[in-house]
Design a protein around this ligand. Structure first.
Ligand code: FES
Ligand code: FES
Length: 168
């Protein structure tokens, strides 16, 4: 039996200890916000926090999280930094297809929890493992700076592209 917490909830499971955390989250807990991209710790789509540190859920077996705290995209908005980051993501209209974005947000929140006002280099270093096929990198960086500055009061207006998508 492996015991750990996910988003503050204590869990125990007898699922095989070598099961990747990603599949436990998605298949056993039906938490599908954490995405499968490469399955090889190369793209960052599956990023969660383990004891506050960003980690790739696709390559983390359940045995490695015994006694640890897992935080996923489903609850990151309940933390002050997560709320700030999500607001900045909206105000900067970061998302394109969205597939990589939960991983991007998890890496960004972990960065800002450690460094309140990161430099461009620190942002690039922290986000280097999060790949975006849509090329949202500049907006990700802007949103991190907005979140760091606390200036996310701007209400998120629907972008032209999202309005067009909504009509389609
Ligand atoms: S799916 Fe985990 S890093 Fe790509
Ligand atoms: S927004 Fe499409 S992959 Fe990043």
């Amino acid at each position: 039996m492996i015991r750990f917490t996910v988003n503050g909830e204590r869990l125990e499971t007898d699922v095989a200890a070598d099961t990747p955390l990603l599949w436990f989250l998605r298949d056993n807990l039906q938490m599908t916000g954490t995405k499968y991209g490469c399955g090889m710790a190369l793209c960052g789509a599956c990023t969660v926090h383990i004891n506050g540190e960003p980690a790739r859920a696709c390559s983390t077996p359940l045995s490695a999280i015994a006694g640890k705290r897992v935080t996923t995209i489903e609850s990151i908005g309940s933390t002050p930094i997560g709320k700030q980051v999500q607001a900045a993501w909206l105000s900067e209209d970061v998302v394109q297809c969205g597939y990589c974005q939960s991983g991007q947000i998890m890496s960004a929140t972990a960065l800002l929890a450690k460094i309140k006002n990161p430099t461009d280099t620190q942002i690039d270093d922290a986000m280097a493992g999060n790949i975006c096929r849509c090329g949202t990198y500049n907006r990700v960086r802007s949103a991190i700076k907005v979140a760091a500055s606390g200036a996310t009061a701007k209400p998120a207006a629907p972008s032209k592209s999202s309005a067009a998508k909504a009509k389609a």
